[in-house]
Design a protein around this ligand. Structure first.
Ligand SMILES: Nc1ncnc2c1ncn2[C@@H]1O[C@H](COP(=O)(O)OP(=O)(O)O)[C@@H](O)[C@H]1O
Ligand SMILES: [Mg+2]
Length: 306
């Protein structure tokens, strides 16, 4: 299936592809204008709708709630049994496998690999249907991103290699307990700064801050994102997550304080030095937190001739 079309190997896959599948969310690539049907529509009507639009499956929805999926196969069965005046509700498949809009694209690729469905409904945090995702959506988006990247590389080749960084923005989705991908943002930004001959101490500072922010989101939050903006004179890192927030910020900032569980500690995390270290290495450090999420903004200056 799609994994064979887009082979992913941790070490060999070009960074653009890795970034696309790990750093982009399903909400960015799904189609939002979803054609859905209400549960009381007849199979006959559904047949017309599918034919008109040339699609092979539709979500069945009542007030934004996804009840099931009706497919061409269900239609054929109803046709064979002479049940075309039945409501869709009677023939749809219930409890469809769904994706959530905040998931990274890598999840979707796994789903297409593991299930034999051609499309997945996408729900938001309130469990409302907000989109549909087909493997075509993934491929189209990938081609778009790669076109952009090739354009950028061609431009770069034309004008020769220069060490000015310009403006770079990188976004990374961080998934709760996903230790496998944690550290990706920091290693990529580190590589990028190295390419531009930035002072090693500053690279280390940026990598440390980003790494600790990623790990904190993996360990302590429900998931979030890290956005890195690099300009000619500074690196700005914005880490935002979806909760549950930090109860006492002063305490959290003190050395050695940690709420990490024994399980987390057994993996080598939870020394309580993350936040203090981030603060120490950064030129500006801001933090706000509530039950709905923590937002930390860090700035690391790049000296003029680094
Ligand atoms: N993004 C976050 N969401 C919720 N709590 C957090 C977050 N980041 C840090 N914390 C809280 O602050 C504490 C201190 O963080 P840190 O200094 O990185 O130490 P550690 O991660 O080793 O516990 C954590 O144990 C946790 O209680
Ligand atoms: Mg930490």
């Amino acid at each position: 299936m799609i994994k064979k079309l887009i082979p992913v190997y941790e070490n060999q896959t070009p960074l653009v592809v890795l970034e696309l599948i790990q750093g982009h969310k399903i909400s960015e690539i799904m189609s939002r204008n979803v054609v859905s049907v209400k549960p009381d529509v007849t199979m006959r009507e559904v047949k017309l709708m599918m034919k008109d639009r040339g699609i092979s499956g539709m979500p069945v929805v009542r007030q934004k709630r996804l009840l099931g999926i009706i497919s061409v196969e269900d239609l054929l069965n109803a046709l064979e049994d002479g049940l075309m005046d039945d409501s869709v509700e009677k023939h749809m498949s219930r409890n469809p496998v769904i994706l959530e809009e905040q998931m990274p694209v890598s999840f979707a690729i796994d789903y297409f690999e593991n299930y034999s469905f051609n499309r997945f409904p996408v729900l938001n945090e309130s469990k409302e249907l907000v989109g549909m995702l087909t493997d075509r959506d993934i491929i189209m988006h990938m081609i778009k991103v790669m076109n952009g990247e090739i354009g950028r590389l061609e431009e770069l080749a034309k004008h020769g290699h220069h060490t000015e960084i310009g403006n770079v923005i990188r976004r990374y989705a961080v998934v709760q307990n996903d230790f496998k991908n944690a550290g990706k943002a920091s290693s990529e930004i580190k590589a990028l700064l190295q390419e531009h001959d930035v002072d090693r101490k500053i690279i280390r500072a940026a990598a440390t801050a980003i790494y600790e922010l990623e790990i904190n989101q993996v360990v302590h939050s429900l998931g979030g994102e890290i956005v890195c903006r690099i300009s000619d004179d500074h690196v700005e890192v914005l880490a935002r997550d979806r909760g549950p927030g930090i109860k006492n910020i002063d305490l959290a900032l003190s050395e050695g304080f940690s709420t990490a569980t024994d399980w987390i500690r057994s993996m080598g995390f939870g020394a309580g030095m993350g936040l203090p270290n981030i603060k120490r290495v950064s030129d500006d450090f801001r933090i706000k937190s509530s039950e709905s999420g923590t937002e930390i903004k860090v700035i690391i200056n790049l000296p003029e001739d680094s």
